[in-house]
Design a protein around this ligand. Structure first.
Ligand code: HAX
Length: 434
């Protein structure tokens, strides 16, 4: 058994009594009430999910296993010669809650290398799809196609004990995570680089290998590491994480679950917002003839968007009530590596003008930028101008957190998810009694 798996096994054994005690002795303690507004309004703020992989504080932002983004980036072991940590180390952190040593990270990186071969039929399926298929559809289909590889299904059919469900789930989670960078890069090169596929380099870590297969030189390896880490998890109520958890709760395997979570991420109110931001900026650029708008000019574009009944992509959040620290981490990267980039300047103007406008409009509860307002500009700068592809990068990162959650869901025996519905008439009846 690998050291990561052994450590995970020990953590699971130690954790199980905590969950069991809570359910047995305190199962009927109230966490809160649900209002009619919440029932109609997407369960916003209803506390009914449990995860220890990450926690999103509305004012502070995300903490991965208790660590803020700057702490995570600082403490995880760095790839030699790079500014950014190993993504494999982040996988270790999310799964176990512990910051790994360099030795432990290298072991996980080696394990990823052993698991990374993508079956040929996946490429055949991708090639059979019309070339103008959205890359998120391709990614989802590629993951779903590999469902026949599921270790969980094999073990389940052989009658494995419920207590051991986490083990094959862990195995297939690592199998899938190790393959995703190659699938993503394959989609990119096939669709947007005249089908010139670059094979993986067996000597590189996950982020380095992704940059290599994309055909982009340094520091794109660090960009990839940063992206995958930043996008990995955002507690479990967001659409992609929740979808993955929900599907897995039916004991569907990791392939079904992650293919489904990718489909949720592909919505413009969620992960696709990063593509929408670039599309929106390009529209403004066309109108401005490439010149950077003044604050006054930009305000007009923002108001035009709002008045035509559309959202300003990259701003607002269902939970956060301040600027997303994932935005700030990428902003810092931009200030260091691409301060004079034209699109970064656009993003910078938006950073100044959008929040006061949204406040003035008085609808959005959070006027501040989210992760998606900043992520496209970095990709564009390093040559990935096909913004349809941006959400795929998000998806590769998000898979890490969703997979870690599912392994723990199985370990702690979380049941099939089944919230209760009511009818509109029932709501009216309750409202009338008040
Ligand atoms: N532009 C214009 N209007 C906005 C807005 C924005 N950026 N953000 C919120 N609003 C509006 C909402 O559409 C809603 O309007 P209605 O009352 O007319 O329906 C109102 O303000 C209240 O919304 P809210 O409670 O503040 O926000 P929600 O929790 O309902 O939605 C969203 C959160 C992120 C979906 C929302 O802010 C939005 O649409 N933002 C733009 C799209 C975007 O950037 N999405 C990415 C979010 C981060 C993420 O998940 N990345 O993957």
């Amino acid at each position: 058994m690998s050291r990561l798996k052994e450590k995970l096994r020990q953590k699971i054994e130690a954790w199980r009594p905590r969950t069991a005690k809570l359910v047995k002795e305190h199962g009927d303690v109230k966490l809160g009430d649900v209002t009619i507004g919440q029932a109609i309004g997407g369960a916003r703020g209803v506390k009914c999910l449990v995860t220890d992989i990450s926690y999103l504080d509305p004012l502070e932002g995300i903490r991965f296993r208790g660590y803020t983004i700057p702490e995570t980036l600082e403490r995880l072991p760095k790839v030699p010669g790079s500014e950014m940590p190993y993504v494999e180390g982040h996988v270790y952190l999310l799964l176990t809650g512990d910051i790994p040593t360099m030795d432990e990270v290298v072991e996980v990186a080696e394990e990823f290398k052993k698991r990374k071969a993508v079956p040929q039929y996946v490429f055949d399926i991708l090639r059979a799809m019309p070339r103008d298929t959205h890359p998120m559809t391709m990614l989802s289909a590629a993951i779903l196609a590999m469902q026949r590889e599921s270790v969980f299904v094999q073990k389940y059919n052989a009658g494995i004990s419920k207590m051991d469900y986490w083990d094959p789930t862990y195995e297939e989670a690592l199998d899938l995570l190790a393959k995703l960078p190659q699938i993503a890069a394959y989609i990119f090169r096939m669709k947007y680089r005249s089908d010139t596929i670059i094979p993986p380099d067996p000597n590189l870590d996950m982020g380095g290998n992704f940059a290599h297969m994309m055909g982009i030189g340094k520091p794109y390896d660090d960009v990839s590491r940063l992206y995958f880490i930043l996008h990995s998890d955002h507690e479990s109520g967001n659409v992609s994480a929740h979808t993955g958890h929900l599907i897995a709760s039916a004991l569907s395997d990791i392939y079904y679950s992650l293919s489904g979570m990718i489909n949720g991420l592909a919505g413009p109110l969620h992960g696709l917002a990063n593509q929408e931001v670039l599309r929106w900026i390009q529209g403004v650029m066309d109108k401005m003839g490439g010149k950077v708008p003044t604050d006054e000019e930009m305000k007009k574009f923002v108001w035009d968007t709002l008045q035509s009944g559309q959202v300003v992509p990259g701003f607002g959040h269902a939970v956060l009530r301040k600027t997303d620290p994932r935005y700030m981490a990428q902003r810092e990267f931009c200030l260091k590596h691409l301060p004079d980039d034209l699109i970064f300047k656009y993003v910078d103007v938006l950073f100044r003008v959008v929040p006061p406008i949204l406040e003035q409009q008085g609808k959005a509860k959070n006027p501040w930028p989210n992760v998606d307002a900043q992520s496209g500009v970095i990709q564009w700068y390093y040559g990935v101008k096909e913004y349809d592809f941006y959400t795929v990068l998000f998806g590769v990162g998000r898979a890490i957190g969703v997979a870690a959650n599912i392994v723990w869901d199985r370990a702690l025996g979380y049941p099939i998810e089944r919230p209760k519905s009511v009818t509109t008439a029932m709501l009216e009846e309750v409202a009338a009694k008040k």
